[in-house]
Structure formats: C-alpha cells, structure tokens
Design a protein around this ligand. Structure first.
Ligand code: BMA
Length: 316
C-alpha cells in the first residue's frame, strides 16, 4: 500500500551543509505556503543528535537545508537533553497558532519525552519534559479532546520483564501538567510481528472514521531487531478506544537502504504530509538509522485495508 519513491533515499548525511554522520527519523509538516518541512534527526560524529530543518517545494527534491543545526540540545538549561534530542513528531495546533514538536530528550536517566513550540521553525519555546524516562515515540493530537490536550507516548518501564512496552495516552490542560493516563495499544505476545514492543510512528491521522495510527512493532530476532509498521484505528472523541487493528504489518524493511546501515532492518516514520485532496499521503521515514526515505500512499486505501484485515479491537 505504500510505494517507495524512486529517488530514495531522498536525503543523506552527504547532502548536509555541515559535517553530519547520519540523517534520519524526520518529523514532517506542510507550512502555510505549501512548503514541505522535514525536521530531521542529525547524528554528529560524537554520537549526539540534534534537529535540522530541510524545506522543499514538492516534498521530494530541491531541499534547502538550514546551514546550522536548527534545534540543538541545550543541556545547561535542560539537563534532560545531555546526550541529544531525537525523533521529532510535529503537530500544528490551531488553537495555539503554533507547531508543537514532541521529541526524545536523551538524559542520564534515559530517554524521555520533551515538547517545544514554534511558529516558524527558527525560534523555539521549550516546555521541558512532559514524560519522564523511560518514554519516547510521542505525538500530540491537533486539538483538545473533551477540553484537554492529548499526548500519545510509549513508556518503557518494563523492558527487562515480560510486561512489554505499549502505547499510552495522557491528558493536560496546559501542555505542562499531565494525567489521566490510559493504555491505548498493547504489544501482542509470542510469535507476532508486533509482540512485546510497539510504539507510535508518525502523529495520528484524523479521518471521518477515526484516528488512524501507523505504529511500529519491534521484532527481536537472533540477528537483531526488525522494525515494521502496522495500522490501528481509534474513536475520534475517545482516542484510547481501539476500533480496529490490522493483523499483518503493511510496510517493513526490504530495500537495500532499509536493510543495511548503522542499524539495519529499520523503517521508522516520524512524519507525513497530506495532499490537497486530504487523501494522498507522503510518509517520511528513517531508513536503517542512516538516511531519509519517502513512501507514498492513500489514506482511504489504508482504511479500506484495515476494515478487511482487522481481527477486531486491541486483540492480544
Ligand atoms: C528506536 C529509536 C529510533 C531508532 C530505532 C532503531 O528505539 O531509538 O530512533 O530509529 O530504535 O534503532
């Protein structure tokens, strides 16, 4: 259902205007003038990541990349960013007139979820940690649900036990104080492709049928982890209520640039843009923790597939 773009990988470290080891896991959004903005995770040669914006008129090529890091870790003021900032997800919140970026802040205590606000991807207002370590794979919903902001995220307190890592939702009146935590999507068990560990991939996609989630399942194998993507649907007014969950994965590492790299067998989307018809989707993903790739699809086709290939709600 997703088609790899023939120009993949569309961005690599070699395209960067300053030294970069790898460029991957970009957040994505359309700016008011229709420009596609990717906020890429750039890993430097110390192993520390920062975020850098790349802009393109068609979302495929002609990228104009910021000459310097767009958002650097600032551990003096924000100690949770000591070892870098990673994997941004961007949501435009009309009520605020701002983009909210949910990103992983890598601290001594492990990875946590931090939020920052921006109007222009040049100036940023940090909110600090929303979720303490160990937590990542977060994205905000674009509007309040029953009066509260809602954040999807993936706590990982039980990695060493058999309890697994699952997707949760939390609510806040002000983007700073969070509560009302609820389990949204559980990892399956046993031999499933999405056993033991799942996480939100890009922000949820709002459709007339519900919030459409693209999530990653992490399969541990003797040769390392395999990151693949599945689909689930949640109620619009009650986003913790799972309406459907696909059984098989719909996208996984197959192309050479997904199979091999710093971390092979990883296809990891953090963002998408929708076409003017509200249906065509450009999915931007990190390939093997090394480069940025693009796959195109159709939201209505994803929904049709899900209605035929779901074993019901959050089946374990
Ligand atoms: C996840 C995150 C991603 C990364 C993936 C594969 O846990 O850290 O940033 O792409 O692992 O290494």
């Amino acid at each position: 259902m997703f088609h790899r773009h023939q120009k993949n990988p569309i961005l690599t470290g070699a395209d960067w205007p300053y030294p970069a080891h790898t460029v991957f896991n970009p957040g994505a959004t359309l700016l008011a003038d229709g420009t596609t903005l990717l906020l890429c995770r750039v890993e430097d040669r110390r192993g520390i990541s920062h975020l850098c914006a790349a802009r393109s008129a068609n979302g495929v090529d002609g990228w104009v990349i910021d000459e310097k890091p767009t958002l650097r870790p600032d551990p003096e003021k924000y100690p949770e960013e000591l070892w870098g900032i990673e994997d941004p997800r961007i949501t435009f919140v009309e009520e605020l007139g701002k983009y909210v970026i949910a990103y992983t802040a890598f601290s001594r205590g492990g990875p946590g979820v931090a939020l920052a606000l921006t109007e222009d991807f040049r100036h940023f207002e940090r909110c600090g940690l929303a979720m303490q370590p160990d937590d990542k794979d977060a994205a905000l919903l674009p509007r309040r649900i029953n009066g509260s902001f809602a954040l999807l995220h993936r706590p990982n307190h039980h990695q060493m036990t058999d309890q697994g890592a699952h997707v949760w939702i939390s609510f806040s009146p002000d983007l700073r104080n969070w509560g009302g935590h609820k389990l949204v999507l559980s990892a399956r068990k046993g031999g499933w492709w999405d056993a033991n560990k799942v996480g939100l991939s890009p922000p949820l996609i709002e459709t007339t049928e519900g919030w459409l989630m693209l999530y990653h399942g992490v399969r541990g194998t003797a040769a390392g982890c395999l990151y693949r993507l599945g689909l689930a649907l949640f109620a619009l007014d009650q986003p913790e209520r799972c309406l459907a969950r696909g059984d098989s994965w719909i996208f996984g590492p197959e192309a050479p640039y997904e199979r091999a790299g710093d971390v092979g067998n990883v296809a990891f989307p953090c963002g998408y843009t929708l076409g003017s018809d509200g249906d065509a989707i450009n999915l931007y993903y990190g390939a093997a923790d090394t480069s940025v790739a693009l796959a195109t699809g159709s939201v209505s086709e994803l929904l049709r597939w899900l209605s035929k290939h779901s074993s019901g709600s959050d089946s374990l």
